[in-house]
Design a protein around this ligand. Structure first.
Ligand SMILES: [Zn+2]
Length: 201
């Protein structure tokens, strides 16, 4: 499966190294360095060196950063259908990954809005099968944008510390919703109060 350009450049590949990215782009390891000396993966379709592409992109971005962003936004806007279809495919194929991304995205937006610290990666988060607070099932399948009591939800153990490593736990959306930003003391008062008045009858 050698492309025309590959044949012209006489690039030799390690055929066993063929890998496909999440987005369906195929890469292959070249056996000789590129003209800039990278012994890196190549785009199998064009033979371009991924290190060279990365360097060029970075150069362009630092030179024309703002223009680049505007262009990107415009392109995304004009190709909405493609992007939503791609996101849909990703959700179907990797429901748990998609869910983690969703939760991280939401957490990031919250930290930005409330000026809280954030340093999470998806590997920091584990979605349990059962809510550790309420014992109800946590459903890992991503619905059509609809959150239920059983949806996983990222909770800050100590809210003001923000979404940082060691300060987050996944609970059911119901548990998170009930707790909101209450302190342990407040939660205890709520439980005690209702227990007291319920026992009066
Ligand atoms: Zn290169």
């Amino acid at each position: 499966m050698e492309s025309k350009i590959d044949a012209m450049n006489k690039i030799q590949y390690d055929d066993s190294s063929r890998t496909t990215s999440e987005k369906g782009v195929e890469f292959i390891q070249a056996l000789k360095p590129c003209k800039n000396g990278h012994l890196a993966l190549r785009y199998s379709k064009f033979g371009a060196c991924i290190e060279c592409v990365r360097e060029n992109n970075a150069k362009n971005r630092s030179k024309n950063g703002h223009k680049y962003d505007a262009w990107n936004r415009k392109w995304r806007h004009e190709n909405k259908v493609y992007f939503s279809a791609h996101a849909q495919r990703f959700r179907m194929k990797h429901p748990e990954q998609a869910m983690l991304r969703n939760m991280l995205g939401a957490a990031k937006r919250t930290t930005k809005r409330r000026n809280l610290p954030f340093n999470l990666e998806s590997s920091d988060i584990e979605i349990p099968a059962v809510c550790p607070v309420l014992g109800i099932e946590i459903r890992k399948t991503l619905g059509v944008g609809k959150r239920t009591d059983n949806s996983p939800s990222l909770d800050r153990i100590i809210p003001e510390r923000g979404y940082v490593k060691g300060n987050v736990i996944v609970v059911s959306w119901r548990a998170n919703r009930l707790k909101q930003d209450a302190s342990i003391e407040e939660l205890r008062k709520i439980a005690d109060f209702y227990q007291r008045i319920a026992q009066k009858d």
